[in-house]
Design a protein around this ligand. Sequence first.
Ligand SMILES: *Cc1c(COP(=O)(O)O)cnc(C)c1O
Ligand code: SF4
Length: 356
Amino acid sequence: MIQRTPSCIEARNTCSEPKLVPVTPAEPGWQEILSRSITTPSQLLSRLGLSVDDWKAGADAGHALFPIRVPEPYLDRIEYGNPHDPLLRQVLPIDSEAQAAPGFVSDPLQEDAAIAAPGLIRKYKSRALLMVTGQCAINCRYCFRRHFPYQEHRLGREDREKVVDTLMASPEINEIILSGGDPLAANDRLLAQWASLLDSVPHLRRLRIHSRLPVVIPGRVCSELTDWLSASRLQKVLVVHINHAAEIDSATRTAMARLAKAGVTLLNQSVILRGVNDNTTALCNLSEALFDAGIMPYYLHAFDPVTGAHHFDVSDQRATELVREMQGQLPGFLVPKLVRELPGQASKTTLDLGRR
Ligand SMILES: *Cc1c(COP(=O)(O)O)cnc(C)c1O
Ligand code: SF4
């Protein structure tokens, strides 16, 4: 979900003296990194030097409802020993996850009602979501899809024909959004097959990818990925998902530069989250860091009332106030649109910022 930007990365990294490059052992591939992710409360706490007495019980309770999953490259960006780290907050379950809260439900977006074909969700006129995998590289505690029955909607080989038939019969759809789960958790062979199938639907113009993987494991942007992207006749857009400037490191910037070079327009969507980015400084720093990485801010999502995540809730009044403050500090193109998805609407709904 991002706009194309010139990459200012290479220029910044140039150095006048050629340096001796040490011989490094072969880097593990992204799938191996993914398979070595931390997946238990004890591992997470000990890796980050956090007190078992303070955090273990809550982590266990949340983990039982929605398992922990954090790959190493993301852990690397979390400050050791800091329980308030904004990246940690996104991945560490706490005791309030197990508590019910009034108004918080398991399917706030009512996506169950919009299935057009197996794995194809269509709510808006010109674009539809294709759920290529139910897997994610990271389990975000606030995820509005944490209760979504992915296994029931995941695409099988036999469903491809039905999807293509549906698309052929729907000339108003000009854009397909690869979604999930995280679509880039699928392997490139499968994704390349989808891309070439979609290429063959004449009225499609754009292929969009909604993914958090290039941030979570920057090594995901490998040559196999850029190869099939470059080969597609469709215009490519990646909407990455970054909530805090500290998620962007040099590896992320390199990954983004590779995608830009493969002809991909880069956009970002964030969720406003209490304790992560609910202050003007964090949001402005995020926009600046995104632009540095060649990514344009696209959406800032108002919080969806999903069960188990009420401790992240930021009121609409506070969210609009924050975006007004961003407007006072940033050029217009670095201020994301504050939106919410309301069931039954023809598009996302922009929150009214009121008068300045
Ligand atoms: C958010 C969403 C889209 C994309 O909306 P844009 O405003 O085009 O970014 C498409 N389909 C569904 C079902 C969505 O939830
Ligand atoms: S990567 Fe996206 S879909 Fe997966 S858990 Fe995080 S927010 Fe949810």
